[in-house]
Design a binder for this molecule. Structure first.
Ligand SMILES: [Cu+2]
Length: 215
């Protein structure tokens, strides 16, 4: 009898103790979950403005240079460099090395896109409306685009070696999101300006502001 009471009392303590642990494990995982959501929502960004002495620079490409020992897979989906109303759209297209670009002809005239770039030289020849050409850019560097038929057409594909790149808006502002902590070289390219590089240090969960004045 006594033995029985004893064991049931122990049983009670045992089960409430177990409930306590279970409750706290649940709380722990909830906390962990909130922490992870917070961390991913608050990943580090590099923000800033690119300008000359006189004005903000639109369509400047800001990018982190090659990180030693790191390679990044290009996006599976190709990106588009369109031709509409005798204009390449967009005028400047930054991509990660290995990205495939599709060049549709959306005009009712023939275009003949080529590049005399040292590292990514190509010539698609003349092609009509509705057709598209395709090219995978495996070498880093700036690829100036021209058209044999329309000398006024020009554009640039800027092939960079990390996925940490951005292009400035009309106010010259850029933002590169989700940058892991580290020391990097941040470079700015603009078609009319001298390319410039700065050493930067990205700390964990601390947005970094970097501005450039180009010549
Ligand atoms: Cu053309």
């Amino acid at each position: 009898m006594i033995q029985n009471k004893h064991s049931s009392a122990f049983g009670l303590i045992g089960s409430s103790h177990f409930k306590f642990i279970r409750k706290n494990i649940a709380k722990f995982f909830l906390f962990l979950g909130i922490l992870l959501v917070y961390q991913s929502a608050y990943s580090t960004s590099i923000k800033g403005k690119i300008r000359t002495k006189y004005e903000p620079l639109n369509e400047a490409v800001v990018y982190i240079e090659k990180i030693e020992g790191k390679t990044f897979s290009p996006p599976e989906k190709p990106v588009i460099m369109d031709q509409i109303d005798l204009t390449f759209i967009p005028h400047v297209l930054p991509i990660l090395v290995g990205t495939t670009v599709i060049f549709p002809n959306s005009d009712d005239t023939r275009h003949s896109v080529f590049s005399a770039s040292k590292t990514n030289k190509f010539d698609f020849g003349s092609y009509a409306q509705g057709l598209k050409k395709k090219m995978t850019f495996v070498q880093p560097g700036v690829v100036p685009l021209l058209c044999h038929v329309h000398p006024e057409m020009s554009a640039f594909i800027v092939v960079v070696e990390t996925p940490f790149f951005s292009i400035t808006d009309e106010e010259g502002s850029f933002q590169i999101k989700n940058v892991p902590p580290g020391k990097y070289k941040l470079t700015v390219w603009h078609e009319w300006a001298k390319t410039k590089t700065q050493q930067i240090t990205v700390l964990e969960h601390q947005d970094l502001s970097v501005n450039f004045i180009l010549d």
